[in-house]
Ligand binder design. Structure first.
Ligand SMILES: [Fe+2]
Ligand SMILES: [Fe+2]
Length: 276
């Protein structure tokens, strides 16, 4: 009997507007695809910057299995102490080893194991260890410690530059089930599955307000760009929302991706007071 695995992956979720649109659509998405795991990038979950236990709980209840992270993973004060004992949240594997937190998460489904990790890019971003060498070590460790022969491996590459994301694909082609880009909050239409069974997309997109600058309030962004001043960005609370994601279908026997399906969903919400 074929043991096929289905995984839903959601792009960066931006503050309360992003959490709301996830809570609205996730039950439908779960009904449609019956995923073995729902993975979401959570680096912007708390007021647009960072992730906390309180806000993540809202989405664990709705069906998210694991949160990946990015350059904003450590933004909330005290998050590191929570990460240390929270197996459902992974921090970028190429953050310096002195930062506390899980670098991989594993989800069991039938006879298969799904390993989940994320890495941050280095082009136009803050310092981190080399994501290419770190990915090699990560895969070596997963292969060595996995209780199944061909685990499903999902890597979120949280990076600014499309070139760095494409290059990592060629480094990992045939070694992972999926390499999924995040961080730019703009979905790209270049998804494919390679001949070696790796699914790829340069950026999955985001969950948040449609009328926004990558999820943030346009007037704050405009002020920053027009004046050059340092402006504290806040999530846009526009009522029209979007949710971008992909579904990966893979073989539980070989760990190879079979299909990648990109989706974007839109809905109007009642006006809410900014906060959280
Ligand atoms: Fe982000
Ligand atoms: Fe980011």
């Amino acid at each position: 009997m074929q043991n096929n695995i289905s995984i839903v992956f959601l792009g960066d979720i931006i503050g309360k507007p992003g959490r709301q649109v996830c809570r609205y659509f996730l039950p439908q998405i779960i009904d449609e695809y019956s995923p073995d795991a729902v993975i979401a990038n959570g680096e912007n979950l708390a007021s647009g910057f960072g992730i906390s236990r309180k806000v993540s709980e809202e989405l664990f209840e709705t069906g998210v299995t694991v949160f990946t992270g990015g350059n904003h993973s450590l933004h909330v004060t005290g998050a590191e102490d929570w990460f240390e004992n929270e197996k459902r949240v992974v921090i970028p594997a190429n953050f310096t080893k002195y930062i506390k937190g899980s670098r991989t998460a594993v989800v069991k489904s039938g006879n298969s194991s799904i390993f989940i990790a994320c890495l941050v890019g280095r082009l136009f971003m803050n310092q981190a260890d080399n994501p290419f060498s770190c990915a090699d070590s990560l895969i070596e460790e997963i292969t060595r410690t996995s209780d199944v022969k061909n685990p499903v491996i999902i890597i979120d590459f949280h990076a600014e530059a499309t070139s760095e994301k494409r290059a990592l694909f060629f480094s990992l082609d045939g070694k992972v089930t999926a390499l999924l880009g995040t961080h730019t909050h703009i979905p790209t239409s270049d998804e494919f599955v390679s001949d070696r069974g790796t699914a790829y997309i340069t950026d999955v997109g985001m969950a948040g307000a449609f009328d926004s600058v990558i999820g943030m309030n346009p007037s704050d962004s405009l002020e920053a760009f027009k004046t050059g001043r340092k402006v504290r960005l806040k999530p846009s609370f526009g009522t029209k929302r979007r949710l971008d994601g992909v579904v990966i279908k893979a073989s539980g026997e070989t760990g190879r991706a079979l299909e990648i399906i990109r989706f974007s969903k839109f809905a109007d919400f009642p006006a809410i007071t900014p906060g959280a």
